[in-house]
Design a binder for this molecule. Structure first.
Ligand SMILES: [Zn+2]
Length: 98
């Protein structure tokens, strides 16, 4: 059955399609649903897989700092937009996870 939830249910506070680590957002696949990590939804950008350990801002900062320190490599390089702008992307990290 094709998924239509992305269209019928716009993202809300309980529906996060933004990666808490790097700010990547495809607007479709949620990393978090109703406060639970969508396990298996690996971020194509930073490679983070949401888990219950991602509820700590300090933990997220560690992950983000490590990712940036390694050169902010894409986990899935083929998903990287040609005009990718890391600064534009990190601006989309929700304020509470910065
Ligand atoms: Zn990410």
């Amino acid at each position: 059955m094709p998924s239509e939830r992305g269209l019928s249910q716009p993202p809300g506070p309980e529906w996060e399609t933004v990666c808490r680590v790097c700010g990547y957002d495809d607007g479709v696949e949620p990393f978090w649903e109703t406060g639970r990590p969508n396990e298996g939804a690996i971020c194509p950008c930073c490679g983070n897989e949401p888990s219950m350990s991602d509820v700590s801002v300090m933990g997220l900062r560690n992950l983000r700092g490590y990712w940036l320190g390694q050169g902010a490599c894409w986990d899935s390089p083929s998903s990287r937009p040609k005009d990718w702008d890391i600064l534009e992307q990190v601006k989309r990290i929700p304020a509470e996870w910065r």
